[in-house]
Design a binder for this molecule. Structure first.
Ligand code: C5P
Length: 220
C-alpha cells in the first residue's frame, strides 16, 4: 500500500478532499489536491488582471511556484512565499476557476507537475481528470458523486467554518454551473474513467466512504 496510486475524481464538493486526506494519513502516502493548483493559477490570473493569457499565467506560476505545507488546521497552499490557502477558496476564485482550468496550456503545465509529484511513490490525488488523464494507470480509481443538494449543504457548512458568507440557493446554482462547465469543456472534461469505481456518497458518512475506498485499496 506504500506505493499505491489512488485517483479520486468527481464533481465539486462531493467529498473528495475530505476522504483523500484521511486515506493519505491512514496509508502514510502523499495527498495532492490538484484543485488547489487550478485555484492558485486562477488567483494569479485575477490578481494580475491576466484574463485568459496562458503564457503570462504560466510565467508567473514559474516565478511563484505552487507549494504545499502543513499546519494544525490542515494543508497550506503557497504561491512562492505567499500563503494563499484562504484566498484560493474565496468566491471570486471559485467562480472563475472553470474558465482558467479549461485552458489547454495551463492544464499541460499543471499535469506535468502533478505527474512529477506522483513519481515519488504512494499518492492519493483528487481532481477531475486524475483517473482519465493524469494517472491513467493508477492502481485504484474512484469516482465520487453526491446530490447537488447535499453538496451545496456541505459547502455551506465548510464556508461557515471558514467565515465565508454564502447563500444556500446561490451555492446550488454555482455548484451545478461549475459541474456543467467542468464536464463539457474540450480538454480533459470531468468524466468517470472506464475502470473507476462509482461511489455515491449521498447520505453516507465520511468514515463509511473512507472504509469502502480503503477496502478496495487493500484488495488491489
Ligand atoms: O477540487 P476543486 O473544487 O477545488 O477544484 C476547483 C476547480 O479546478 C474545478 O472546478 C475544476 O475547474 C478545476 N480542476 C480541474 N482538474 C482537476 C482539479 C480541478 O480542472 N484535476
Amino acid at each position: 500500500l506504500k506505493n499505491i496510486r489512488i485517483a479520486i475524481d468527481g464533481p465539486a464538493s462531493s467529498g473528495k478532499s475530505t476522504v483523500a486526506k484521511i486515506i493519505a494519513k491512514d496509508f502514510g502516502i502523499i495527498y495532492l489536491d490538484t484543485g488547489a493548483m487550478y485555484r492558485a493559477a486562477t488567483y494569479i490570473a485575477l490578481n494580475n488582471d491576466l484574463g485568459e493569457d496562458a503564457t503570462a499565467i504560466i510565467a508567473l506560476l514559474k516565478e511563484n511556484p505552487i507549494a504545499f505545507g502543513n499546519s494544525l488546521e490542515g494543508q497550506l497552499v503557497y504561491l512562492g512565499e505567499v500563503d494563499v490557502t484562504d484566498a484560493i477558496r474565496q468566491n471570486d476564485v471559485t467562480n472563475n476557476v472553470s474558465k482558467i482550468s479549461a485552458i489547454a496550456e495551463i492544464r499541460e503545465y499543471l499535469v506535468e507537475a502533478q505527474r512529477e509529484i506522483a513519481s515519488h511513490g504512494g499518492i492519493v490525488m483528487d481532481g477531475r481528470d486524475i483517473g482519465t488523464v493524469v494517472l491513467p494507470d493508477a492502481e485504484l480509481k474512484i469516482f465520487l458523486v453526491a446530490s447537488v443538494d447535499e453538496r451545496a449543504e456541505r459547502r455551506f457548512k465548510e464556508n461557515l467554518q471558514k467565515g465565508i458568507e454564502t447563500d444556500l440557493d446561490t451555492l446550488k446554482v454555482e455548484i451545478a454551473e461549475r459541474d456543467r462547465k467542468d464536464s463539457t469543456r474540450k480538454v480533459s472534461p470531468l468524466k468517470q474513467a472506464e475502470d473507476a469505481i462509482l461511489l455515491d456518497t449521498t447520505g453516507i458518512s465520511i468514515s463509511d466512504v473512507v472504509a469502502k475506498i480503503e477496502n478496495y485499496a487493500k484488495e488491489r
